[in-house]
Design a protein around this ligand. Sequence first.
Ligand SMILES: *Cc1c(COP(=O)(O)O)cnc(C)c1O
Length: 415
Amino acid sequence: MPTLAQAKDGLRLEAVPLRQIAEQYGTPTYVYSRAALEAAYRSYTDALAGRDSLVCFAVKANSNLAVLDVFARLGAGFDIVSGGEMARVLAAGGRADRIVFSGVGKTVAELRDALVAGIRCFNVESPTEIDRLNEVAGSLGKRAPIALRVNPNVDPKTHPYISTGLRDNKFGVAFADALALYRRAAALPNLHVSGIACHIGSQLLDGAPVTEAAEKVLGLVRQLESEGIHLEHIDLGGGLGIRYANEVPPKVADYLAPLLACFAGRKEQLCFEPGRSLVGNAGLLLTRVEFLKHGETKNFAIVDAAMNDLARPALYDAYHDMVAVAPGTDTPEQVYEIVGPICESGDFLGHDRKLAIAAGDLLAIQSAGAYGMVMSSNYNTRPRAAEVMVDGDQVHLVRARETVQSLFAGESRLP
Ligand SMILES: *Cc1c(COP(=O)(O)O)cnc(C)c1O
């Protein structure tokens, strides 16, 4: 969990009281800790010290420019899944030659823009994408660096919606087809075969499936080598889980150790694409209790954040821990359903939470730095939350709260 400290004025993130953030910027507000982001990134680079490697932050987990900026300053690469994410990385000061582009549906325009920008690698996910990329690169007089994203068909033992490496899903190319596709790609004039990629799923709490995938990848790398196709990098994707409740994910170094061992003595650069494990526990969603409502069988705490701000509970039945920013000393602890104001029964943020809260109190919804703000919407014409970055005793507003007017600025009445 992020480093929340108890002080006289309630919880603080780094040296900043959460209450001060709520007063200054309102609620709901996403709050990130620069120190926690940096520590998470360093846990990767420390474990990879001495190995030619690149940590590419999976931008889709949190694409705020300030978050990208923190990683760019540390020398990170970036894993993107759209032209929009590439624009964000470049605007945040990230280097194009450290961008890898994943995704099953890259458009011609996205491929062209990425080629012009000079990204490091296209992680190609289908035979037709090979042809499309070869064509686009040819039209620009360029050679596109590619890796095939292979589907090693190992079970990541995670939620089915976030499992991506099994045979029957839309990601990557079948392992059995990979060799033939490499031969084909290597023969095309406008492609440069640069690497291999795999990513088997998300919120992995056991490193064994990734190690199993890595061993399969190594077998393929050796086969390619024997045919004269020499790769420059091996990308083992992201997926390492974090602690939301009482999960015990492996430490980054322990997760990486068997992977480093697998490729020991090989000269290819090792790449990783962590998202959640870099940002998830570096952020929280600060919300205020609007009403307490005592029903016949349940008590509800209606807060000013909702499923449009944090979709994971409604979407995956995900658990986010919650703490009162300043638990009342004479408020009794009660068990609450934590719900938002949206007109959907699925609009909940937590079930059965024991909290000592009164109307007007602040709650910190933990582990909200990954797949939080990026999945938010304007459902119910709710302006999206502000985002702030705490840095020591400083707070920086890194995304202003939306205004209602901005939500329909692109709309018009009939002529
Ligand atoms: C989502 C995704 C990631 C990041 O996954 P996390 O579980 O957040 O680490 C990395 N690579 C690819 C291709 C992805 O789709």
